[in-house]
Write a protein that binds this ligand. Structure first.
Ligand code: ADP
Ligand code: MG
Length: 239
């Protein structure tokens, strides 16, 4: 689904070069739920933005769902992003003066769907996150947890193949964080691949695999999905 080889990113600002990513090798398979962890400033957001085609990279290779990203122009990247990817950010990124319905509509408007299809997708998505009764509310009239659920609905309405989440629970208390995580697990169990940056060890433990980024380099903590911990411990006892 997602393959990176020796991917690098250098930021040039004034006279300073920042090597944010220094040769990332990684692979995310279809249907996986992966957590990306690591200290602040290690390159997690840079990695996620490049993976989500929000930012360009400097060197290396990146294939997304069979497409060589390097060869795409801006229009092709936007199209691929809009049709196949969904995003959830720490700060929700909702538009304050649009109601919930219109917020979820924003990415759909770029897809050339009929008004009827958009209407149906928006209502279904808001229903799935338990906010169908608040279509006309503004983001400021909701709690943080509810606002993040709107952002999840906005991502889901486009039926993404991959969902990218950057610290999606970073601004939430632990109860709301758990609720958002339950929702992400449900989305993943229905087939959407999820790549989530998180600081929260409790959340990181709940996913299939952790990728740790340190100084712009990645290491894989568990190659095999962690669904069968008993089997894993038997294997390590034998080998
Ligand atoms: P994390 O999300 O793990 O905290 P980031 O990916 O945001 O880390 O940042 C990695 C490094 O790249 C940091 O040293 C940061 O200062 C630098 N960086 C990130 N974005 C930019 C930018 N737009 N311009 C210059 N440097 C940047
Ligand atoms: Mg970050």
């Amino acid at each position: 689904m997602l393959t990176m080889k020796q991917l690098s990113k250098v930021y040039q600002t004034h006279m300073i070069e920042t090597h944010a990513l220094r040769g990332i090798d990684m692979q995310v398979r279809e249907g996986e739920f992966v957590a990306v962890t690591g200290p602040s400033g290690s390159g997690k957001t840079t990695f996620l933005n490049i993976a989500g085609l929000l930012e360009e990279f400097t060197g290396g290779e990146y294939h997304l769902d069979g497409v060589d990203v390097r060869g795409l122009d801006d229009n092709q990247r936007s199209r691929l992003r809009n049709e196949k990817l969904g995003f959830i950010f720490q700060g929700f990124n909702l538009i304050p003066d649009l109601n919930l319905f219109d917020n979820v509509d924003v990415p759909l408007r770029y897809r050339g769907m009929s008004a009827g299809e958009r209407d149906q997708r928006i209502k279904e998505a808001l229903e799935r996150v338990g906010l169908a009764s608040r279509l006309k509310h503004l983001p400021s009239q909701l709690s943080g947890g509810q606002q993040q659920r709107v952002a999840i609905a906005r991502a889901l309405a486009g039926s993404p193949r991959i969902l990218f989440a950057d610290e999606p629970t970073g601004n939430l208390d632990s109860l709301m964080a758990r609720e958002v995580m339950n929702m992400l697990e449900d989305i993943n169990s229905r087939g959407t691949t999820i790549v989530m940056v998180t600081h929260d060890p409790e959340l990181a433990r709940r996913v299939h695999r952790n990728i740790h980024i340190m100084d712009g380099q990645a290491s894989d903590f568990a190659k095999a999905p962690r669904k069968a911990p008993r089997e894993e411990s038997t294997l390590s006892a034998v080998g």
